[in-house]
Design a protein around this ligand. Structure first.
Ligand SMILES: Nc1nc2c(c(=O)[nH]1)N[C@H]1C(S)=C(S)[C@@H](COP(=O)(O)OP(=O)(O)OC[C@H]3O[C@@H](n4cnc5c(N)ncnc54)[C@H](O)[C@@H]3O)O[C@H]1N2
Ligand code: MOO
Length: 416
C-alpha cells in the first residue's frame, strides 16, 4: 500500500537576527561607476568619497541685514554710511571712521569686525548710524571656511543622494556626480489563483498585491525592476522564469510558492538551478523566507529571495530581510533595526517557536505611548498592516502582558 507521508523532518527555523546577519554577510555591492547630472542624481548611491572644492562659506559674509563697522569706532557721534554692499558684490574695504550698509550673505568689507542688525540701529537726518546696546567683535559675521575647508570630505561612498545631499553638492558648484549602477532586480509572483488588479474577479481568485508593493518598494530604493508578472504554480514555468531572470540581473525576487505544499515549487526549482542558503525564519508572519543563488555561469551566481505568498508575511520578509540585503547590494550602508521599548495595551498568547511582529498603532493620549493592536493579525490581513504605525515584537514562547514593555519597531524606518 502506498502511503503519502506529509510530515517531513522539521528543519530548525533561523532566529531573525541570525538570518539578518547571514543574508547581510552574503552582500556583494554592485561595481562600476558613471557620472550623472546632479538633477538626475536624486536617490542614486554615491560611488566615491567627494571632497569640498571651495571653502564654505567662500568669504567672510554677513548673517544679517544691517551695518558693518569697527566695534572700537562706535561712539556717541554715530558713524557715516560710506559703502553699500549687496549680496554678490566684490570684497571691498571699509575706510576708517565709517560704516557700510550691508545685506545678508554680502561679503563683509575688510576692516569691519562686526555687523549690527538694522533693528538695533538708528539713522539720523544726516545719515549717521547709531548703535543701541552692545556690539561684539565677530558678531553676525559668518567666517570663511567656518563650516568646512576645501579638500574636506563632504559625502562618503555609499551615501544615498537625498535632497539635503544634492543641495550640499549644488552649493559646491558640483554639476555631475559619480554614482554606482542601479541594481537590476527581476520580480516574479507565483500562484494559479492570482489575477492582476483591474481584472474581473471570480470567487477563488486573488488579486496580486505582493508584486505591486514589491515593485513600488524596489523602485523607491531606486532599483531597475524587471517585472516578469504572474506565473502559474508549475515547476516548468518557474524554471523557465528563473532561467530568464538570472541573465543580466543582480537579484531575483519572487513571492509565493515558497512553503512546503506540493504546489510550492520555489525551493525544488532553486535546488535544481542553484543552491539554497537558508529557508525558514522564526518570525510570524514571514516564516517561509528563502535565500539562495541561481547558477548563471559566474562564480557567485545570482542571489534569489523567495518571499512568502501571504501578503503581510511578504511585506515583513521584505522589510526585515530582503530590504537590507538590497541596500547592501546597492552599496549603501545598512542601518541596524531601530527599536525602543513601548508598553503593550493588551495581553496576548505567544506564538510557539517564533517571534511575532504584531501590527500596532501607538496611542499617545496618556503620558507615555501605549501600543494597541491595529486590527486583525493574520498574515493575510493587509488592513491592519496598512494602518499600523509599527511592530511590537513579541519574543517566541513568551506571552505579552498588558502594561509590560516590549521592543517596538517604527514602520517609518522601512520607507526609502
Ligand atoms: N503545511 C504547511 N503549510 C503552510 C506552512 C507550513 O509551514 N506548513 N507555512 C504557512 C505560512 S507561515 C505561510 S506565510 C504560507 C506561505 O506560503 P507560500 O509562500 O507557499 O505562499 P502560497 O501558498 O503561494 O500563498 C499563500 C497565500 O498567499 C496568497 N498569495 C500568494 N501570492 C500572493 C500575491 N502575490 N498577492 C496576494 N496574495 C498572494 C495566496 O493566495 C495564499 O492565500 O504558507 C503557510 N502554509
Ligand atoms: O509567514 Mo506565515 O503565517 O508566518 O504568514
Amino acid at each position: 500500500m502506498t502511503c503519502f507521508c506529509y510530515t517531513k523532518p522539521t528543519v530548525p527555523l533561523l532566529d531573525l537576527f541570525v538570518a539578518r546577519s547571514k543574508i547581510l554577510s552574503s552582500v556583494k555591492p554592485v561595481r562600476g561607476e558613471h557620472l550623472v547630472a546632479l538633477e538626475q542624481a536624486s536617490g542614486r548611491v554615491l560611488a566615491r568619497d567627494l571632497a569640498a572644492r571651495i571653502d564654505m562659506p567662500g568669504v567672510d559674509n554677513s548673517a544679517m541685514d544691517g551695518f558693518a563697522l569697527r566695534v572700537e569706532e562706535i561712539g556717541e557721534s554715530g558713524l557715516p554710511v560710506v559703502l553699500r554692499v549687496p549680496a554678490g558684490a566684490h570684497v571691498s574695504t571699509l575706510s576708517e571712521g565709517g560704516c557700510a550698509r550691508i545685506f545678508t550673505g554680502a561679503p563683509v568689507p575688510s576692516g569691519a569686525n562686526c555687523v549690527v542688525p538694522q533693528e538695533r540701529t538708528r539713522l539720523d537726518d544726516a545719515g549717521r548710524v547709531y548703535v543701541d546696546g552692545e556690539a561684539r567683535p565677530g558678531a553676525n559675521i559668518r567666517r570663511r571656511g567656518e563650516e568646512y575647508r576645501e579638500g574636506d570630505t563632504l559625502l562618503t561612498a555609499g551615501w544615498t543622494l537625498d535632497a539635503a545631499a544634492l543641495a550640499l553638492l549644488a552649493s559646491q558648484g558640483i554639476a555631475e556626480v559619480p554614482v554606482l549602477p542601479r541594481l537590476k532586480v527581476a520580480l516574479i509572483s507565483t500562484g494559479d489563483e492570482l489575477i492582476e488588479p483591474g481584472e474581473s474577479f471570480a470567487p477563488g481568485q486573488v488579486y496580486d498585491s505582493n508584486r505591486v508593493i514589491l515593485k513600488a518598494l524596489l523602485e523607491q530604493l531606486d532599483c531597475d525592476v524587471f517585472d516578469l508578472g504572474i506565473l502559474a504554480d508549475d515547476p516548468d514555468a518557474l524554471r523557465e522564469a528563473f532561467i530568464a531572470a538570472r541573465d543580466g540581473t543582480n537579484l531575483v525576487v519572487c513571492t509565493g510558492g515558497v512553503s512546503v505544499g506540493e504546489e510550492d515549487h520555489v525551493r525544488p526549482v532553486l535546488d535544481e538551478l542553484g543552491e539554497l542558503s537558508f529557508h525558514g525564519v522564526a518570525i510570524k508572519p514571514g516564516k517561509p523566507f528563502a535565500f539562495g543563488y541561481l547558477d548563471n555561469g559566474s562564480p557567485e551566481g545570482v542571489p534569489l529571495i523567495g518571499l512568502p505568498g501571504n501578503p503581510v508575511a511578504s511585506l515583513v520578509g521584505w522589510q526585515l530581510l530582503a530590504r537590507p540585503f538590497v541596500q547592501g547590494c546597492q552599496g549603501r550602508e545598512v542601518p541596524p533595526l531601530q527599536q525602543f521599548a513601548v508598553r503593550a495595551g493588551f495581553s496576548r498568547r505567544a506564538s510557539p517557536g517564533r517571534r511575532e511582529l504584531l501590527r500596532v498603532v501607538l496611542d499617545w493620549s496618556g503620558s507615555q505611548p501605549v501600543a494597541r493592536l491595529a486590527g486583525g493579525q493574520g498574515s493575510h490581513m493587509l488592513r491592519a498592516a496598512s494602518q499600523a504605525h509599527g511592530y511590537l515584537m513579541m519574543a517566541a514562547d513568551i506571552d505579552v502582558e498588558e502594561g509590560d514593555e516590549y521592543p517596538y519597531l517604527p514602520a517609518g524606518q522601512f520607507d526609502a
